[in-house]
Design a protein around this ligand. Structure first.
Ligand code: PEP
Ligand code: MG
Length: 889
């Protein structure tokens, strides 16, 4: 086993072994870029440590050998008293994991070598500043000392010295601070700050290993589905110093604007500072362009290096760099994070530059980003007072009155107010309040905090961790840094896509991307912005390569027409129950109350023309495209009055002795139809089998609507779908009746209607006997909502509000199985049913119409198992098209 790699030995493909940071440092080294020499301890070493509780036996020597080589190369030894080599120790896993231990700088400094460093640098202030940073970082991350203790001592020192920032502290003051820091360490840990440089290094390495199993890291991995056994690598890198005076500094840079994708000079620079100062925002940075004025040579080499990196990685890179007395050093690079808009723009720019092809461009964007671009957004031109900034945890633009507890959120929202729930952090008790709110704002916690996780799950807008906002729940107010106070009832606006928080109501405008899909903006037009043009091009790539067709779930002509504009290639699910509501409810009531065949037939005859008209409109809107009409699915009681309300009404009427006959019959029916578990009761095909004439009425309405559209020279393509089938016998009976009715209509209109008849697969038994069911079905459409409900035994209507939060928090799943298909359970049934169905009937058409049809991750699964189409809500059609393209690219 080889546990240590010099930076010259690795490359970017070794992320498994060297972690992302180590692999990229090696890549830059081999590109000939100025990377301070160093080496990486592999994830393999970490794995051994995690499994056995101690480092692999060979590690100590191997590290020793590489350290020797480093020392020879640098001409000084680690911690050498008169001229110390100093190193940084940084974690670096395969996937970047925010919240894990990051960095310890200046390893190798001690009471002795701090003087050597002072002499060598000719700068005592610098040496003491470096030493206090070491004790502070080491104390916090390796020795587990409360970081606030150091911060408080630093603040006190600044106050005593009348210093505005830490740069204004002199050598003597910093030396005193070092003494205080050392005392803090002794008090907190019962031991002295370690003076032996190799011990410092080994302890820091071990702390990085241990951090892999910290609570936050474990939770993050569970949620992000990152395996627990990958381990982290550790990078040991010789120090370069940005805090050696005004000709030194440190910065971050992007090869393009990560917000818009525009090419140019983007980044921040901080003179006379070490890396973590930039991130921590301790002092104000200057825009990177300023570096040209401060140090033209370094600036020019940085520009050249950025170009090299972009061409090499063929993508936006972000960079950390340091300038040490006029010499530029690269400390890190990686393919950079970007906003959704930038992702689309950069992908098409890189195609134009010839750096990537269209298939690669598709891999560079995703459906979640597209969905984000389709949210309405705040009008950027509007005047708005920004009062804070947090983590963009769940996208959207939400406006409402500030409330500081869930009770008020619920109360106010019931009385019709829109509210924003503001908490320091949320916990499971806030669930109902979160549901009631338009959006959620917290001042604590990151992307995996309770608020963030739950809000994303609910699809609610959320900004979390807006730390500079002081939330006082007792006094029901929030204070912004400028002193602005937001009281309960004041209107605030939060932007879950950018993390911005505003006072007052910011106007909301529709997304230009939606305007484009709606056909109100044309991608070729001059006024179309760059984003719209990029989205248009990427969608065209996706449509060109995808194999899955995309249909929409729609029950009326208006939704169908919109779906069509959004690119739907048919309707995969028309839920006819939606046609039984409103004014028609009375007729349904009559149907249910019918005592005789004649009464029932009259009720059905009343519904027939209405249904037919609905279908004619729908087929017209979808002319030339398939429309799957599902026969009535939900339990009948859903069309009847609420049992409690009706009981009260009847009881009151009886006490006044004027009970009305109809109400009494209705109440009887409600009692008769009442079920403990309606979702497992009289619904779907079962209704069709026990209420004579119900399904045949619907079939007749469909058949006649098709015949009429045909007569009007249209091109209707109807498919009739039977819900909740569990066994082929059910389907056979319905099919026989349906075929008889269709034949009658064909006869009457003198035309062949070419209707196909299929079934939903949404019960485990249907999936398990799919081979038999296919004997009687022209197509299957997987109803993954009910299939998830019945496979897991989770009630789809109750579960989100009850124990799901606990499940999400415990990481049992990172996302609800009702949102993303559970590949191992529900997915396995789908896969087997596909195979069994096709074995019986090779031309069986296969689709999915559960909510999963529009979920990015699930679309990839449906592509893999070989479905013909996915069907989802009209608004998600573009997302499904894109993901289907990405799955095929
Ligand atoms: C399903 O169960 O997945 C489905 C599409 O049907 P519904 O949601 O109407 O029950
Ligand atoms: Mg269903």
């Amino acid at each position: 086993h080889k546990y240590v790699y010099d930076f010259t030995e690795g490359n970017r493909d070794l992320k498994d072994l060297l972690g992302g940071k180590g692999a990229n440092l090696a890549e830059m080294t081999n590109l000939g870029l100025p990377v301070p020499p160093g080496f990486t301890i592999t994830t393999e070493a970490c794995k051994v440590y995690l499994a056995s509780g101690h480092e692999p036996a060979a590690l100590r020597d191997e590290v020793g050998t590489h350290l020797d080589a480093l020392e020879r190369r640098m001409g000084k030894r680690l911690g050498q008293p008169d001229d110390p080599l100093l190193v940084s120790v940084r974690s670096g896993a395969k996937f970047s994991m925010p919240g894990m231990m990051d960095t310890v700088l200046n390893i190798g400094l001690s009471d002795e070598s701090v003087h050597g460093l002072a002499t060598q640098a000719g700068d005592a202030r610098f040496a003491w500043d470096s030493y206090r940073r070491l004790i502070q970082m080491f104390g916090r991350t390796v020795l587990d000392v409360d970081g606030d203790l150091f911060e408080e001592a630093l603040e006190e020192a600044k106050r005593l010295a009348g210093a505005a920032t830490d740069v204004d502290l002199g050598a003597a003051e910093l030396e005193r601070l070092v003494e205080q820091f050392k005392a803090i360490v002794v008090k907190a840990t019962g031991r002295d700050f370690p003076q032996d440089p190799r011990e410092q290094m080994d302890l820091a390495v071990r702390a990085v290993f241990d951090s892999w199993n910290g609570d936050r890291a474990r939770l993050y991995r569970r949620q992000e589905r990152i395996p627990h056994d990958l381990g982290t690598a550790v990078n040991i890198c010789s120090m370069v110093f940005g805090n050696l005076g005004p000709d030194s500094g440190t910065g971050v840079a992007f090869t393009r604007d990560p917000a818009s994708g525009q090419q140019g000079v983007y980044g921040d620079y901080l003179q006379n500072a070490q890396g973590e100062d930039v991130v921590a925002g301790i002092r104000n940075t200057v825009p990177l362009a300023e570096l040209e004025r401060l140090d033209k040579t370094s600036y020019d080499s940085l520009m050249r290096i950025m170009e090299t990196l972009e061409t090499h990685y063929r993508d936006l890179c972000d960079i950390e760099f340091t300038v040490e007395r006029g010499t530029l050093w690269m400390l890190q690079t990686r393919v950079g994070k970007r906003t959704a808009a930038a992702a689309f723009r950069i992908a098409t720019q890189l195609v134009d530059q010839g750096l990537i092809d269209e298939a690669e461009a598709l891999r560079r964007v995703n459906g979640a980003q597209l969905a984000q671009l389709m949210f309405p957004r705040f009008d950027t031109d509007a005047e708005a007072e920004r009062i804070g900034y947090g983590i963009a945890a769940s996208p959207g633009a939400a406006v409402g009155k500030a409330v500081f507890d869930s009770y008020t959120a619920i109360k106010w929202s019931r009385s019709g107010e829109r509210v924003i729930l503001i908490r320091r952090e949320t916990n499971p008790d806030d669930l109902d309040g979160m549901l009631a709110a338009e959006g959620i704002l917290t001042s604590r916690g990151g992307k995996t905090s309770h608020a963030a996780v739950v809000a994303r799950g609910m699809g609610k807008t959320c900004v979390c961790g807006a730390e500079e906002l002081e939330v006082d729940t007792k006094r029901r107010r929030m204070t912004a840094p400028g002193g602005t106070v937001v009281e309960e009832g004041d209107t605030v606006s939060i932007d879950g896509s950018s993390g911005r928080v505003y006072l007052g109501e910011v106007p909301v405008v529709p997304s230009p991307v939606v305007e484009f899909f709606e056909g109100r903006v044309h991608a070729g037009a001059d006024e179309a912005d760059e984003l719209v043009k990029a989205v248009h091009r990427v969608m065209a790539y996706a449509d060109r390569v995808r194999r899955l067709r995309v249909r929409a779930n729609a029950d009326n002509a208006e939704d169908a027409a919109r779906a069509r504009r959004f690119g739907a290639q048919g309707i995969g699910l028309c839920r006819t129950e939606h046609m039984f509501l409103g004014a028609r409810r009375e007729m349904v009531e009559r149907l249910i109350l019918a005592d005789t065949d004649a009464e029932r037939d009259t009720a059905l005859a009343g519904l027939l023309p209405q249904q037919k008209r609905d279908f004619v409109e729908l087929f017209e809107a979808m002319d030339g495209l398939p429309v799957t009409v599902r026969l009535l699915d939900p339990p009948l009681h859903e069309f009847l009055p609420d049992i409690t309300e009706l009981s009260v009404r009847v009881a009151l009427a009886e006490s006044r002795e004027d009970a009305n006959e109809n109400d009494l019959r209705l109440l009887q029916a409600v009692h008769r139809l009442h079920e403990q578990n309606p979702m497992l009761g009289l619904r779907g095909v079962r209704l069709g089998l026990v209420i004579p004439g119900l399904f045949t009425m619907q079939v007749r309405a469909i058949a006649e609507a098709v015949a009429e559209r045909r007569a009007a020279k249209g091109d209707p393509r109807a498919e009739i779908m039977i819900p909740l089938v569990g066994t082929v016998q059910e389907l056979e009976i319905v099919r026989e009746d349906a075929e008889r009715v269709i034949a009658e209509v064909e006869e009457a209109y003198g035309t062949d209607l070419r209707l196909s008849l299929g079934t939903m697969i949404e019960l485990p038994r249907a999936a398990l006997t799919a081979g038999q069911i296919a004997e009687s079905a022209d197509f299957f459409s997987f109803g993954t909502n009910d299939l998830t409900q019945t496979v897991w035994g989770f009630s789809r209507d109750d579960v989100e509000a009850s124990f799901f939060t606990a499940y999400l928090e415990k990481g049992i799943f990172g996302v609800s199985p009702f949102e993303t298909i559970d590949r191992d359970g529900v997915g396995a049934l789908v896969r087997d049913a596909v195979a069994a169905g096709r074995a019986t009937r090779p031309d069986l058409k296969l689709g999915v119409c559960g909510e999963h049809g529009g979920d990015p991750e699930s679309v990839h699964f449906f592509h893999e198992v070989g479905l013909d189409y996915v069907s989802c809500s009209p608004f998600r059609v573009p997302v499904a098209r894109l993901e289907a393209g990405r799955a095929a690219a």
